[in-house]
Design a protein around this ligand. Structure first.
Ligand code: DC
Length: 209
């Protein structure tokens, strides 16, 4: 079974996808971490994310070890990840890893931006997680504060909107809800309520199949 979980930044899709994987005993891949690893590699080597060749080389050297680096979660890494993610060659070079992962038994949950539309268009279940800009920015702000990263709320909101615009507006595999995805709006839901809503949807699918 393959479950695709997509959505914009800070909609809660990462936590949700991980919890779904735990509940159903499936493998879990945070595909944003792959783009973040490319970004971190470029930042550390001083290479230019806008240089297509350097970005492609960074994508080709991503490995599982670099996916555990705590700096992957930094705000700057996320912004550079969004910038390199517009590069079609970078996307292509990360595609086979994601598709191979998705086929691992007994099944997998992948979260990202284009899982239901490009990486796994035939996923058994697709969930598109979203929430209002304000709520997402509040969550992101609280997360950063907890890490000791004291960015003003307005900066976090502006960053988030810029990232949404770039992720949805790019030509290469833009962020968008797949037509057959279940829309889960978490604006008024905490993680437990969001998990219950997602699991009800998944259980409904499992009963019929
Ligand atoms: O989910 P995240 O914030 O960790 O992702 C960081 C960036 O990576 C995101 O802004 C866009 C890019 N990304 C992507 O283009 N496709 C994916 N499947 C996952 C992430």
């Amino acid at each position: 079974m393959i479950i695709a979980v997509d959505g914009p930044v800070a909609a809660g899709k990462g936590t949700l996808a991980r919890r779904i994987a735990d509940r159903y005993g499936l493998n879990y891949l945070d595909t944003g971490a792959l783009y973040r690893a490319v970004a971190l590699n470029l930042l550390r080597t001083g290479h230019d994310p806008a240089n297509r060749q350097q970005a492609l080389q960074a994508a080709q050297s991503v490995d599982a070890i670099s996916l555990d680096d705590p700096e992957l979660r930094a705000e700057e890494t996320g912004n550079v990840a969004s910038a390199v993610a517009v590069n079609q060659q970078v996307r292509d070079s990360l595609l086979s890893y994601q598709r191979t992962f998705a086929k691992r038994l007994p099944g997998a949950v992948l979260d990202g931006r284009d899982i239901g539309t490009v990486v796994c268009p035939d996923a058994d279940i697709k969930i598109y997680v979203t929430a209002s800009d304000d709520v997402r920015a509040r969550r992101r702000h609280a997360e950063l504060e907890a890490k000791g990263d004291d960015l003003p709320f307005d900066d976090v909101l502006a960053d988030l909107r810029a990232r949404d615009a770039r992720d949805s507006g790019r030509g290469a595999a833009p962020l968008k809800k797949a037509d057959d995805a279940y829309l889960l709006d978490t604006t008024k839901l905490d993680i437990e309520a969001a998990l219950e809503a997602a699991c009800q949807y998944i259980d409904g699918f499992l009963e019929k199949n």
